[in-house]
Ligand binder design. Structure first.
Ligand code: FAD
Length: 406
């Protein structure tokens, strides 16, 4: 009999296994994929944004914020750095507090974690898809591929259903439910957003990438994210969109659609842009507005700016004396509205919100309050974080806590 069975050889499962094996436990990890770390290898575009130097509480979300506070108490960025140092992985810092492996390769994170498991005698079984977990007569019984193994402790480190193409499933949620846990409803986050516009309108904009400021009216406030926005044939992508997607998806739980406001020129104020454009107007110019605007903005954006203002057939000369028209153009550039009605779903999402209710899990040990000896770690829990290394940070810290508590 094993001391510990870990289901899932992802971020949180591997760390849990290492920390408990270091404490002398006999550990087995069951992984359904044929190789380890499929999702980890895809993180940070293959570079793995492994953690963040400033994992402050407002970067994480859960229906039970108290849990987040308690999980991170005493476990900082330095704790994560120290752990990786202990397996021989050096980290480097980048912009916005993001942290990467010094090699800038996600594969080195996976290889060093696996090597440490092997050196500690952790048994890793791949292509072992767990179908059932139960507790009887003082031990856990885990079934996979017509085989059963028994252990004193069971760790659910199965992640959530984001990126199914990389192995994302709901299995851990169902296992937790079978032990009596309640589940917080999920929705995809850090995901591309879809728009209800005609195909021709989207096609016209498709491929345009702009440094923007994106605003969403949200519960009487405004959520603002800055970064690139990519117009696509289905809607919007780009870092600013991934960043705002959690709030958009939350709004879409109760609304059919929402309006994003995109400032297409965030580096200039309304007044600065107006002054710049005004200077380039000449009284007698017959230059069409759509040609003149190319001096300022991506050509594909011009029709969607001019058409709603009914200015598509005007010339520079005709708006020279009509400053209101120029005001309207500037306003449209600084306040470009774009309707959103959904997302690309879990296939496009980096993370799932929701999961095992954190009111039923001890934040110090990750032990279930429904079943003694059961531990729940990582994305399977109802906690998710912003883009920037926060989701992996959570997975590592859960693993450090659970592994140290057996
Ligand atoms: C494309 C992409 C890029 C990302 N980039 C980043 C980034 O740069 N930084 C960051 O912080 N976060 C990033 N994330 C999010 C991050 O990868 C996850 O939050 C993190 O991996 C969750 O860790 P976990 O241990 O909970 O689950 P996972 O790492 O998903 O591991 C769960 C494991 O359990 C296995 N499993 C599931 N069910 C079973 C079963 N029944 N039997 C056996 N095994 C099972 C799965 O195959 C998987 O290997 C990214 C996500 C994606 C999809």
């Amino acid at each position: 009999m094993f001391d510990v069975t870990v289901v899932g050889a992802g971020a949180s499962g591997l760390v849990t296994a290492i920390v408990s094996a270091r404490r002398g436990k006999k550990v087995v990890i069951l992984e359904k994929n044929h190789k380890i770390g499929k999702k980890l290898l895809a993180t940070g575009n293959g570079k793995c944004n492994i953690t963040n130097q400033r994992p402050t509480l407002e970067r994480f979300y859960s229906q039970n914020p108290k849990f987040i506070k308690e999980v991170f108490e005493g476990y900082s960025f330095q704790s994560v750095r120290q752990f990786f140092k202990s397996i021989g992985l050096e980290l480097i810092e980048a912009k916005e507090g993001k942290v990467f492996p010094m090699s800038l390769q996600a594969s080195s994170v996976v290889e060093l974690l696996v090597c440490e498991c092997e050196q500690l005698g952790v048994k890793i079984i791949c292509e072992a898809e767990v179908s059932k977990t139960s507790f009887s007569e003082g031990k856990f019984v885990v079934s996979y591929n017509h085989t059963q193994i028994e252990s004193k402790k069971l760790v659910l480190a199965t992640g959530h259903c984001s990126a199914p193409q990389l192995g994302g499933v709901m299995d851990g949620i169902e296992f937790a439910r079978s032990f009596g846990h309640s589940i917080v409803k999920d929705f995809p986050t850090l995901v591309q957003l879809t728009a209800p516009y005609k195909e021709s309108y989207l096609k016209q904009l498709s491929g345009v990438k702009v440094q923007s400021r994106v605003t969403l009216p949200f519960k009487g406030k405004e959520i603002v994210k800055q970064g690139d926005v990519l117009f696509t044939n289905y809607g919007l992508s780009g870092l600013a969109i991934l960043d705002i997607s959690r709030f958009v998806m939350q709004e879409l739980l109760s609304k059919k659609s929402i309006m994003l406001i995109i400032d297409l020129m965030p580096k200039m104020s309304h007044e600065q842009l107006l002054a710049l454009m005004k200077k380039s107007l000449t009284k007698k110019s017959q230059k069409p507005l759509e040609v003149w605007l190319q001096g300022f903005i991506n050509k594909k954006l011009i029709k969607p700016i001019l058409e709603p203002l009914k200015l598509e057939n005007e010339t520079v000369g005709s708006i020279y004396s009509n400053i209101e028209c120029l005001e309207q153009i500037v306003q449209k550039i600084k306040y470009f509205e774009f309707k959103i009605d959904g997302s690309k779903g879990y296939k496009g999402a980096e993370v799932a919100t929701g999961g095992v209710n954190t009111k039923e899990v001890d934040a110090r040990t990750m032990e279930s309050q429904k079943q003694k000896g059961l531990y729940v770690v990582g994305e399977v829990l109802d906690v998710d974080g912003d883009r920037g290394g926060f989701n992996l940070h959570l997975a590592w810290v859960c693993g450090l806590r659970a592994g140290a508590s057996f």
